[in-house]
Design a protein around this ligand. Structure first.
Ligand SMILES: [Fe+2]
Ligand SMILES: [Fe+2]
Length: 168
C-alpha cells in the first residue's frame, strides 16, 4: 500500500506529464501553422513520450494499490513568437518537470518509500536526457537564426526523427 501523500504526489506528477504532452501538442500545431512539418513531427514524438511517462506513473500507482485521481490540465500557450521561442518554452517546461521529479523523489526519500524511489530512478535519467536534447536543439535553432536555408535544413533533420523503439 502506498501512503496517501505519495499517492497525491504521483497523481500530481501524472498531471505534469499530461500537461507536458498537451503543451507539446500545442507547439506541434504552432509549427504546422508555420509550414515547418519536420519540427511539428518532432514535437509530436515528444508528445507521445510524455503520455508514456504519464502511463508509467499511472500503472505504477495502480500496481501499488493506489487510486488514480486525474486533475484538470492547464491550457497551453497558442503562440510562441518564433522558432527559438518555441524551443525556449519547451526547455523551460522540461526544467520545471525535472524540479517536480526531484521534489517527488525527495518526498519518497523522506518517507522511506523505496519502491517509489526505484521507480523514479528512470525518470531522473530521462530528465537528464530531455534537458540535454532540448538544450542542444535550442542551440542549433539559435545558430540557424534567420537563415532560411539553415531553418529548412533543420526542419528536414528534425523531421527524420523516429519514435523510440523504431531505431534512430
Ligand atoms: Fe516526461
Ligand atoms: Fe519531457
Amino acid at each position: 500500500m502506498i501512503s496517501p501523500s505519495i499517492e497525491a504526489a504521483i497523481n500530481r506528477q501524472i498531471n505534469h506529464e499530461i500537461a507536458a504532452a498537451y503543451n507539446y501538442l500545442a507547439i506541434s500545431a504552432w509549427f504546422e501553422q508555420q509550414n515547418l512539418p519536420g519540427f511539428a513531427a518532432w514535437f509530436m514524438i515528444q508528445r507521445s513520450e510524455e503520455l508514456e511517462h504519464a502511463m508509467r506513473l499511472y500503472n505504477y500507482l495502480l500496481d501499488r494499490d493506489g487510486s488514480v485521481a486525474l486533475g484538470a490540465v492547464e491550457q497551453p500557450r497558442g503562440d510562441y513568437g518564433d522558432i527559438k521561442g518555441a524551443f525556449e518554452a519547451a526547455l523551460a517546461m522540461e526544467k520545471a518537470n525535472t524540479a517536480a521529479i526531484n521534489e517527488l523523489y525527495k518526498q519518497a526519500k523522506d518517507e522511506d518509500d523505496f519502491a517509489t524511489l526505484s521507480h523514479l530512478q528512470w525518470f531522473l535519467d530521462e530528465q537528464v536526457e530531455e534537458e540535454k536534447i532540448m538544450g542542444e536543439s535550442l542551440a542549433m535553432v539559435e545558430l540557424a537564426g534567420n537563415d532560411s536555408s539553415a531553418i529548412l535544413m533543420l526542419n528536414e533533420k528534425f523531421g527524420a526523427r523516429k519514435p523510440e523503439g523504431e531505431g534512430a
